[in-house]
Design a binder for this molecule. Sequence first.
Ligand SMILES: *Cc1c(COP(=O)(O)O)cnc(C)c1O
Length: 399
Amino acid sequence: MTDRRPLDGLQTETLLAHLGRDPERHFGASNTPVYRASTIAFPTVEAMEEARADRFNRVTYGSWGTPTSYDFEDAVSALEGGHRAISFPTGVAALTCAVLSQVGPGDHILMTDGAYAPLRRLADGYLARNGIEVTFYDPRIGAAIEKLMRPNTRLVYVESPSSHTFELQDIDAIAGAAHEHGALVLCNNSWATPLFFKSFDHGADITVHAATKYIGGHSDLMLGVLVASEPLYVPIRTFASDFGYAVGPDDVYAGLRGLRTLDVRMQRHQDNGLKVARWLADCPQVARVLHPGLPESPDHAVWQRLYRGASGLFAIELKPVSKEAVDTFLASLALFAIGASWGGYESLALPVAPHAVRTAVPWDAPGPLVRLSVGLENADDLIADLERGLGHLSAAASK
Ligand SMILES: *Cc1c(COP(=O)(O)O)cnc(C)c1O
């Protein structure tokens, strides 16, 4: 909440243990409790009016913020940089609110061709219908994005790495060009988390996390969070309040609890992801591994320059095989469940098809893509599972 304790100068691991909680306010309980509230009662009209005059800092109505949501938001913004954070019921809600709060009819948006599919649908549907034009650009465009800027370009959306295809973006260069032309930079930082990429050090004006993923970390909550620069914070918070976005009390509590272990989990996701990725790179069934942490990745230099680590989410392109062989491979895995989402403690595999989606840079790789979310299991167990599964793939392919 507003009177934060001095945590300046502390390292990330320490911050994760101490941000966003104040036991003295809660009978000594270590964790800020789940506050379930719609009505907030006041002793006098005067007290109510005084609190409401400062409604985004005070607790005045359930949907405008509780001690639990404020503590989560303060912790996220302290980790990310930026001014302050706003929590949302989903990552998609945070993304759409970020976009819709900043653009109107006649405005132009530059959106990476690697954008998360629901945002792309918003662009092709709602935004197009309402006179907001979106140009998709090559995720690896870098400083050349300058050539796509128009006088009415209001927003540049970056998502690094790309959903499904994992190209990294040179956000320094893109933000430089955007700001020179008076456009804002909206960054989807869900993959790296605030630990591995400090978006506000690289020019973000608004950053969104699907906290459903790594911040939650346990595949049991839906939550989004947006961090805004100072001039944008109150306008976006007002917009979110006008549209009635409120966050579930249990989910925001679980998001805050997820932060406590984020560093240890991300280290393990990184180590496991790299170990599995390196092993896959040598498999005869695999055409290539799309992971910016591998030295052979075309994005490795950008990753080393901008990022402090890699999470456990990446993709493999298999050598061309039938859909049936890919399906057999995925069904034969015992430790990788087949399912959407990612960032939980358990490993997941998902067939993805950028071929049908991409427009700025058509995806013409000949082989099918499988996205892996590498969890917290023992990496050798995961590798043994994949080895067995790839054996089934080969057997199905040679039938
Ligand atoms: C999952 C995801 C989102 C949306 O998060 P939800 O909480 O599922 O709405 C946004 N961006 C990316 C890159 C995602 O993978």
